[in-house]
Design a protein around this ligand. Structure first.
Ligand code: C2E
Ligand code: MG
Ligand code: MG
Length: 691
């Protein structure tokens, strides 16, 4: 129920409640049955015992009954009877009139009786469908009421509840289940007659008014009914709310897909009934270069694309009829989706993957633009009941990673190669952990020079290991694995602390030859709660001026930046520590976006510098553009990977501020750096640069 519908229901019930109460007060629920109106009764007649002569005058609207008692007898009886049933004589019991909806009988009579005997009896019987057996004891229930009118021409309201079966009647009936009483049937009737009619006298009763009054519902019952309705509504709303909350907890708000929790719940339920011939297939789907869409067209377009993408995936799978309903599409996070499909056959996997890949490549119309995307899919399929569903997702994720690595816009099934790679990475992560615990890491320092003077102005701190287990494996391999297996934070903090210790121990030297220490940190630190605090504590502990430190974050790692990582960058900068965007040019940062990152320096990636030799004109133009844009944004520029004099000359001519590369110096031990700093000579090929 939407909130709009809910509000309407509440409003309507409120209006009805007030309306019903008001209507009740205005007698809208009142009922009235005029017994003298011939339209309302079946017959009106008089009866008497044989010793009484009776006359019934029905002219005009007030029937008049005259009873002349001629001599006293045992049975004295003279009554005016109104039959309210449409029964056929006394035999048809089907069409009795239900009088139970009436509460009072308004009676206005004139009568003349002998003095001292002013009583009129009124007997009343309601039709009761239970009285179906003619000779049934209860069918002869007969209610009577002693009535004593106060004044002539005045109306008395007799509550029907005061009618009761009188003992004498019951006695009479019990003793004689004879034909006399068999004539009483289920027909509702009202009788009126003089009481104790024993004296020889002319009794006369004129009935001026005889009205049954009641209400379809009394106020208390109406209130109870209204309260019950409100209670029902409240219960329905609470129930609806609970259902909504449950649904929200398992739904992705943006796309309407289920989220990770929803998927887990669904899978758990399905796996409960996983039998021998069942299968489960997981597609891990990731939109290629989704960040670009966000960057170029804005986040609204990105959000809209995710919704359209979801739609396309749903349509593609459902058009895949054999899969039917036993699948779920789940948005894990960002542009990452998981499709879990039950009972897909081996043969169906490839066509479905191809279908999906081609379906998303059609141009997608968004509000402000048309985009063309591609997707990478990792697939994991099992015919055995998986012990942990998350393992299936992880393997599909690995396969997706391979699909990306091999050029995107394709699918990859998790296979032995991937499994081996996974195993290798796991083993390597254990080795990294071991080397770290055994303190088998140390630092190298790579000089960064002023492009004009070739004096060292900065040094990049690079991690090295002496661990035999990691022999031949460089940081470019083990750092990503350390990130993957959550080892990186400890490593980064260790590098920072070790660097600050080194600075502290060489204060004297560094005050003579001040250089900035550039420390690489993983982008994961930008999401780490404690990183900035820990950095601040270390700077204080070793009393290091923050401007002696610069942190390098790779540009590609900023692909998934969110406001939180920008906040961390701001906080680092607030400490006074410099920030450099490493490997610039390998990511997708639009120049216009550079202003979003609070960085001071761009480190142009080695690949650009390498391309200077191949005379790749586009790259050369790009490099020049990067340098001039950096200048416009007042950002310092460092060119990495200078290996030839030509490269150095080009960069110097194009106003790149700083240069770093094997031409000038390889990463060196701190002792060698000390020698270089002490010599105070420019680092060009003529100097005694370290090998
Ligand atoms: P990076 O930050 O881009 O570091 C520069 C890499 O380029 C270094 O490789 C350096 O040795 C290499 N390099 C510099 N000039 C030249 C050149 O002229 N020719 C060639 N062929 N290579 C050159 P390294 O030390 O293997 O580091 C690789 C990557 O590992 C680094 O790339 C950085 O991203 C990461 N890394 C290194 N140390 C650390 C660390 O302490 N913490 C973290 N988080 N990452 C680190
Ligand atoms: Mg670096
Ligand atoms: Mg770099």
């Amino acid at each position: 129920m939407t909130s709009f519908v809910r509000n309407w229901v509440i409003l309507c019930l409120l209006v009805f409640s007030v309306g019903w109460l008001l209507a009740h007060r205005l007698d809208a629920f009142k009922l009235e049955l005029d017994l003298l109106d011939s339209a309302n009764h079946y017959s009106l007649y008089a009866e008497s015992s044989s010793n009484i002569e009776h006359t019934l005058i029905t002219e005009g609207i007030s029937p008049k009954l005259k009873c002349r008692v001629q001599h006293n007898a045992e049975e004295n009886y003279c009554a005016l009877t109104i039959l309210l049933s449409e029964a056929d004589g006394f035999t048809n019991l089907e069409n009795g009139k239900d009088l139970s909806i009436y509460q009072t009988l308004d009676l206005d009579i004139d009568y003349s009786t002998p003095p001292g005997n002013p009583n009129i009896r009124v007997s009343f019987r309601n039709y009761n469908s239970d009285y179906t057996k003619f000779n049934d004891y209860t069918s002869l229930k007969y209610n009577t009421f002693a009535f004593e009118p106060q004044f002539n021409n005045s109306t008395s309201a007799i509550p029907l509840s005061t009618f009761s079966v009188e003992d004498w009647w019951l006695e009479k009936f019990k003793n004689s289940k004879s034909a006399m009483y068999n004539e009483f049937d289920n027909i509702a009737f009202i009788e009126i007659f003089p009481n104790e009619i024993s004296e020889i006298y002319d009794y006369e009763i004129t009935v001026n008014r005889m009205i049954l009054r009641g209400e379809t519902i009394n106020e208390t019952n109406l209130l109870i009914a209204i309260l019950a309705l409100w209670l029902l509504l409240i219960i329905a709303l609470v129930y609806q709310n609970t259902v909504n909350l449950k649904k929200m907890a398992i739904t992705d708000v943006l796309t309407g897909c289920i989220n990770r929790r929803g998927l887990t719940l669904w899978i758990d339920k399905k796996l409960f009934n996983f039998y021998l011939r069942d299968s489960l297939c997981v597609f891990y789907v990731d939109i290629d270069d989704f960040k670009k869409i966000n960057d170029i067209y804005g986040h609204n377009a990105g959000d809209q694309l995710l919704c359209e993408f979801t739609q396309i995936v749903h349509e593609t799978i459902t058009s895949y009829t054999s899969v039917g309903q036993s699948y779920r599409l789940c948005r894990l996070a960002g542009d990452e989706f998981v499709i879990a499909l039950f009972d897909l056959t081996e043969e169906e996997i490839q066509p479905l993957a191809k279908h999906l890949i081609s379906a998303v490549t059609v141009p997608i119309q968004l509000d402000t633009c048309v985009v063309k995307i591609s997707t990478s899919i990792g697939i994991n399929y099992t015919e055995k009941k998986p012990e942990k569903f998350q393992d299936l997702i992880d393997r599909a994720d690995m396969a997706m990673y391979y699909a990306k690595k091999h050029g995107k816009n394709q699918y990859k099934r998790f296979d032995k190669t991937i499994a081996n790679d996974l195993f290798y990475r796991q083993k390597l992560s254990e080795k990294i952990k071991l080397a770290f615990d055994k303190r088998e890491f140390h630092l190298n320092f790579m000089p960064i020079c002023d492009s004009k003077t070739l004096h060292i102005t900065k040094v990049e701190v690079l991690l090295r290991t002496v661990s035999e287990n990691l022999e031949g494996i460089g940081p470019d391999v083990y750092i990503p694995i350390a990130e993957e297996y959550n080892l990186i934070h400890d490593i980064d903090m260790w590098v920072i602390e070790k660097t600050l210790q080194t600075i502290k121990q060489n204060t004297q030297l560094l005050s003579n030859s001040p250089v900035v220490f550039c420390i690489n940190i993983s982008a994961l630190e930008l999401h780490h709660d404690q990183f900035v605090t820990k950095l601040e504590i270390l700077l204080r502990r070793y009393e290091i001026a923050p401007d002696l430190v610069e942190l390098e974050i790779t540009e590609t790692s900023l692909v998934d930046t969110n406001s939180r990582s920008i906040d961390t960058l701001m906080a680092i900068r607030k400490l006074g520590v410099g920030l450099a965007l490493d490997d610039f040019g390998t990511g997708y940062t639009a120049f216009s976006q550079l202003t979003n990152y609070p960085v001071d320096c761009l480190k142009i990636d080695r690949s650009f510098i390498r391309d200077l030799d191949t005379q790749n004109e586009i790259q050369v133009t790009m490099l020049k553009a990067v340098l001039s844009i950096a200048k416009a944004y007042k950002l310092e520029t460092i060119a990495e990977g200078i290996e030839t004099q030509e490269q150095l000359d080009f960069l110097r001519d194009n106003a790149c501020h700083l240069v770093q590369g094997y031409l000038l110096s390889k990463p060196i031990e701190f002792s060698s750096l000390v020698t270089l700093l002490k010599s105070k000579k420019p680092l060009d090929q003529n100097t005694t640069k370290p090998a």
